[in-house]
Design a protein around this ligand. Structure first.
Ligand code: UDP
Length: 449
């Protein structure tokens, strides 16, 4: 262990941020760096798995009671007040510790305070971006797009002012808030995100959980900016047993259920850890899936479908034509995606899910929900061609047609497998992401002197 370098890693306390930053922390530990990983007290109590070895876990309060729903704005407010004060105090004690003081911070690019506080204290801080580089650049460009009048964001017109994405990015692929509307003045949630990452882009480096082979032109553009840029992903592909810290208990029973199915005969359906759908959308998905005739495994978190209990949903899926559906509240997703019985993933195109698919060579049907997912899904459908993008359409006929097409397409399967091969090279020794990780560790060591 390198006695002089001690990195504090601090994710935005949500599932899609904790996993990649935990994998990043593990990569630093593997490189001989001492790491402390910071959770909130609420999450630390919920964690379903043991922490990876050699990683010290600490926690701070987020100021909300355990049963609070932690909606984005309330949660951000709590983290920026109670969370930020506790973080400041903790950081002061960690940097002045007589034994192995913290020398550097890697904080989530979603939390400006987590980067600005160490900088004020004279500690180098790097920003970890859990989104794709393409959606990051699209988000950064939003205020300018509004200023230039490249609106409304529901239109098919091509966007010309996001570098590296000319020719295929449409207005409707730009980051979006919760609802698809004619956002002439810009969606407030998206503009808030744009402001946040505009601030954290002033960190002394930006770390992306992506590979150059996936997003080369966009990364090249970002690297021409002021901060150093490192593309070190997909981090979970570095090892078959990559670390994760699940906030829900995984239902392993679905693996035995998958064992009972033919190769590539099941559709896996999940919208990640945040999306909430209406009952009408649930019904359209269910009818479309049932009409394909394929078996399907569907993750429906408690509370994920508005105004419907888990038991009712399970009953509805069980009663759907042929009874071929299985519902779980939380799946061991990476294991599911590498199971031979799964033929495609109907997903919201969250960046972790997109990367997990890419690494397994799994074709995707994308139904992006919000923010970065709109841009990711455009890359899947129009750039990588590893799946199809349903965009904002949620109709049973479209669900059926798109799933059938992806399950049957040899071209999509071949593109997905070629991408998986490339990513294996990228994370292997001397591959581009591995080399970037080594360069990053050297960079952190130099900052820590
Ligand atoms: N995930 C999981 N089991 C599930 C659903 C999701 O383990 O049943 C994990 C998934 O593997 C991914 C993360 O939760 O690592 C979701 O992150 P993503 O960026 O895809 O979406 P978000 O939850 O941030 O919208």
């Amino acid at each position: 262990m390198d006695a002089e370098v001690h990195v504090l890693v601090f994710p935005w306390p949500r599932q899609g941020h904790i996993n990649p930053m935990l994998q990043f922390a593990t990569a630093l530990v593997d490189a001989g760096v001492q790491v402390t990983f910071l959770h909130t007290e609420h999450n630390l109590r919920r964690l379903a798995q043991a922490s990876p070895p050699h990683l010290r876990l600490l926690s701070i309060p987020d100021g909300l009671p355990d049963d609070h729903p932690r909606g984005f704005l309330d949660f951000m407010e709590a983290m920026c007040t109670t969370g930020s004060t506790a973080y400041h105090a903790l950081l002061l004690s960690l940097v002045s510790a007589s034994d192995a003081p913290v020398t550097c911070v890697v904080a989530d690019g979603t939390m400006p305070f987590a980067i600005e506080i160490p900088q004020e204290l004279g500690i180098p801080a790097l920003s970890f971006v859990t989104h794709s580089a393409c959606s990051y650049l699209a988000l950064l460009s939003m205020p300018k797009l509004v200023e230039l009048g490249e609106t409304p964001f529901t239109a098919d017109d091509l966007v010309s002012s996001v570098p590296g994405m000319e020719g295929f990015l449409r207005r409707r692929d730009l980051p979006r808030g919760l609802y698809c509307t004619d956002q002439g003045d810009g969606d407030p949630l998206v503009l808030k995100f744009a402001e946040v990452i505009g601030r954290t882009s002033k960190a002394c480096a930006l770390i992306f959980n992506t590979a150059a082979s996936m997003e080369r032109p966009v990364l090249a553009h970002l690297a021409s900016g002021t901060s150093d840029v490192f593309a070190v992903g997909p981090l979970h592909a570095r090892s078959s047993s990559a670390a994760s810290a699940s906030l829900w208990r995984e239902d392993d029973g679905c693996m035995a259920w998958l064992d009972g199915h033919e190769d590539r005969s099941v559709v896996y359906v999940s919208m990640g850890s945040l999306a909430v759908i209406t009952h009408e959308q649930f019904t359209e998905f269910l009818s479309g899936l049932a009409a394909t005739g394929y078996a399907f495994l569907w993750v429906l978190r408690p509370g994920m479908v508005q105004l419907a209990s888990s038991a009712l949903l399970r009953e509805a899926v069980g009663a759907a034509e042929g009874g071929k559906g299985r519902v779980v509240e939380w799946a061991p997703q990476r294991d599911v995606l590498r199971h031979r019985a799964v033929g495609c993933f109907l997903t919201h195109a969250g960046w972790n899910s997109t990367l997990e698919c890419a690494v397994e060579g799994m074709p995707m049907v994308c139904w992006p929900f919000f923010v970065d997912q709109q841009t990711n899904s455009r890359f899947v459908g129009a750039v990588w061609k590893t799946g199809l993008d349903m965009k904002d359409v949620c109709e049973r006929g479209v669900v059926e047609r798109t799933v059938r097409e992806v399950m049957a397409s040899d071209e999509i399967k071949a593109a997905a497998q070629a991408m998986a091969q490339q990513l294996k090279h990228d994370v292997a020794e001397a591959g581009s992401s591995s080399s970037e990780l080594e360069r990053l560790v050297r960079f952190i060591r130099e900052l820590s002197i």
